[in-house]
Design a protein. Structure first.
Length: 100
């Protein structure tokens, strides 16, 4: 349902409602919802732009094996966005994503 609101499929596009719905599912540890929240936080859609929050959501999803979250967290580590810059950690998460 969060994706429907995020993309405006069958309902009016509403990023705030998407954030709310993703948050409900993310509280249960759902990797895709966590990743989607990371994207919305990174892009400032439905919430203020917040790289620290985006990184937090990406790592939570990445630790569950979500490949896109692993790649995104690697980017954040490489660039020092929301987390301390760490090339070794970036390489580790890029590798995890690539192995899937």
């Amino acid at each position: 349902l969060g994706q429907c609101y995020e993309q405006g499929r069958g309902v009016p596009k509403d990023d705030r409602e998407a954030v709310h719905l993703y948050s409900l599912v993310a509280e249960q540890g759902h990797a895709e919802a966590l990743f989607n929240l990371g994207v919305l936080c990174e892009e400032g859609r439905g919430v203020p732009t917040d790289d620290r929050e985006a990184a937090r959501f990406y790592i939570l999803a990445a630790l569950q094996g979500h490949a896109e979250a692993q790649f995104s967290y690697g980017v954040f580590c490489e660039c020092g966005r929301g987390v301390p810059q760490d090339d070794a950690k970036a390489a580790r998460y890029y590798r995890l994503a690539a192995e899937q």
